[in-house]
Design a protein around this ligand. Sequence first.
Ligand SMILES: [Fe+2]
Length: 213
Amino acid sequence: MAYEIKPLPFDKELDGISAKTNEIHHDKLYKGYVDKANAISEELRKLRDEITVGSAPGGLPAQVGNPTYSKLRALKLGETFAINGVYLHEWFFGALGGDGDFNKAPELSAMISEKWGSVENFQKYFGECAMAARGWAVLAWDLHEKRLKQYNGDTHDHAVWGCIPILALDVYEHAYFIDHGSDRKAYIAAFWKNLNWEVLEAMFKKVRTVGLD
Ligand SMILES: [Fe+2]
């Protein structure tokens, strides 16, 4: 199944995140990850056929899976980068277009307050984590621990496995430089202002009972 572009769930112009930024970010950069995810999947399908069907009579050509450099290795590295790029941007864009009112997420807010003291405290902590990240700040449901965790990722494929993001904040410079220059804090403030907590609440309700034990 091919990856498909999900449209923005809001009008492009947001308070503090301009239409120009959203156009470039969604229509070009996010679309680029979707396109690459599909191209890589197609190339991997061809290689898989070579490895499986094609290998029967004489065995595999040498070095197909070479770990220093091989086409398979390059595709596998690109695969996680591109596909996480697709998913993380969908979590990010999908939760924008709201009014920032966390009272619209009563169950999530209660669990956040239980862990961090209050939603305001969580926003301060998460915001600082976002300042410390080079790519993504994420609030996730950790299936191992069955609780909320904050994790950072410097790239799309830098993640803790077994966690489902509830909130993903893109802090790559392309997400804010046009609107705020190097003032990432101003962008993070705009992000909170436009956050749709109803979307977060719906995701939290889907995952909060799921665990690995
Ligand atoms: Fe991005």
